[in-house]
Ligand binder design. Structure first.
Ligand code: HEM
Length: 411
């Protein structure tokens, strides 16, 4: 006989009848016996082998490959939890310090993503569930300079966007970036701790941005951000025709081929003000419906918006200042892969809630900046959003078998 066994987390696994009875016996034995013998010993054995938790089994099995042409954590569908961690090298760091740090991280990341703790891990049990963990490493201009490699011209802070920026040093810049993503917040936390503690003699944490996202509507619908919008719909085909938009190719420095760049912008949301806006105006601000995420010109979430459509008075249906219209690529190269996460620090300044906006592209100055400039000049969304952090990193190519991350920088 098989029955549904309800876990405290709401998931259900099949539990056999005898096991359910054993649970009752366990209670009795625990109440009466100081020494476990006979039937009591059998009960103790049953206790030691709990019913399989299918969710846990899946999480254990879900190790993402670390080695390859590109780093992991870019093309995969983003899992629900992330930490973006920027570090600064200690003063006086040299070429050897950079090399040592990347050697330590290569080994530690390979172990963590495979479900094994790093060599120095005092709690390797916390690494046993990789939960689709990926760790993606980025470097800033100082690291490239210390390594003695050619700095791509775009590897610098973004230009200022004075109309919107309220940037704070505490959320901006950095010598190194770790993007840590997983299906478990425990896995993310543990990886963050091990990877930062493991290089504490070489670099210190500058900022940490924790993020979360959930595809409430299931596969195919990217996520809902904290303004309630379906976010991440229009993306380039980076695994197909648009791969050149993502990966640095022959026109970039040789050490970065197969790598990319990442822009991380912390964008606060003025939710109190947003709460006072009626639904129609909210949809008008973005140019998409809130319920389905479809364009306000009709169709489904994946229907292209008709930017030319007009109403009976001759006005554009997609507002001239709507986020969708202003963000839409004005030329084919003005596109990038968005991989955002929501954040909520619980309490604090008005911007304690928002979006960790993350964009991957081969060249941020050519692809990202024109779009951000247009949005800074005019975008209805600016009424409720405020950028408080900004950073740009070169994303190292993947480490193939036997290689250390970033080793081509030292060639
Ligand atoms: C808190 C800030 C932001 C929010 C809440 C937000 C939200 C959204 C939403 C809901 C969409 C429509 C669905 C989709 O295609 O994903 C969208 C589209 C888009 N957003 Fe944002 N966004 C933000 C910031 C930015 C920034 C900073 C950029 C780049 C500079 C950007 C670039 C884009 C692009 C390229 C699109 C697709 C436009 C198209 O339809 O072609 N967004 N955004």
């Amino acid at each position: 006989m098989t029955r549904e066994h309800q876990h405290t987390d709401g998931t259900a696994t099949a539990a056999s009848g005898p096991r359910r009875r054993t649970v009752l016996l366990t209670g009795l034995a625990g109440a009466g016996a100081g020494v476990v013998t006979g039937a009591g010993a059998a009960v103790a054995r049953e206790r030691a082998t709990p019913a399989p938790d299918l969710r846990l089994e899946r999480a254990r099995a879900s190790a993402r490959p670390f080695r390859g042409e590109h780093q992991a954590g870019i093309l995969e569908a983003p899992p629900p939890y992330a930490a973006f961690v920027a570090l600064d090298l200690h003063a006086g760091a040299d070429r050897d310090a950079v090399r040592r740090l990347l050697t330590v991280w290569t080994d530690d990341i390979e172990r963590l993503t495979a479900g094994r703790g790093p060599l120095t891990d005092l709690e390797p049990e916390l690494a046993a569930v990789p939960a689709s963990l990926t760790v993606t490493v980025g470097v800033g201009p100082r690291v490239v300079g210390l390594a003695g490699a050619e700095r791509p011209s775009w590897l610098a802070p973004l230009p200022a966007f004075p109309q919107i920026d309220k940037l704070l040093a505490e959320w901006s810049g950095g010598d190194l970036l770790l993007q840590i993503c997983a299906e478990s917040p425990t896995t993310v936390s543990h990886a963050q701790r091990r990877l930062t503690a493991g290089v504490a003699d070489l670099a210190a944490v500058r900022w940490v941005q924790r993020g979360f996202r959930e595809p409430f509507e299931g596969p195919g619908v990217p996520m809902r951000n904290l303004l309630g919008q379906v976010d991440g719909t229009v993306q380039p085909d980076v695994t197909g025709l648009d791969a050149d938009l993502l990966w640095v190719g022959d026109d970039g420095p040789a050490w970065l081929r197969g790598g990319s760049s990442v822009v991380v912008r912390r964008i606060g949301m003025r939710l109190d003000a947003w709460d006072r806006v009626d639904r129609l105006s909210r949809e008008n601000a973005i140019g998409r419906r809130l319920d389905t995420g479809a364009p306000v010109t009709g169709g489904r979430v994946d229907t292209p918006a008709d930017l030319e459509a007009t109403d009976e008075l001759g006005f554009h249906v997609v507002d001239d200042a709507a986020h969708l219209r202003r963000a839409h690529a004005a030329a084919p190269h003005e596109r990038f892969l968005r991989r955002p996460y929501s954040y909520d620090d619980g309490t604090g300044p008005e911007t304690h809630v928002g979006l960790v906006f993350v964009a991957y592209q081969a060249d941020p100055v050519r692809q990202f900046v024109p779009v951000q400039r247009r949005l800074a000049e005019m975008d209805l969304l600016n009424l409720w959003t405020v950028p408080v952090g900004s950073a740009v990193f070169a994303v190292l190519p993947g480490a193939r078998s036997g290689e250390v991350l970033g080793q081509a920088m030292f060639a």
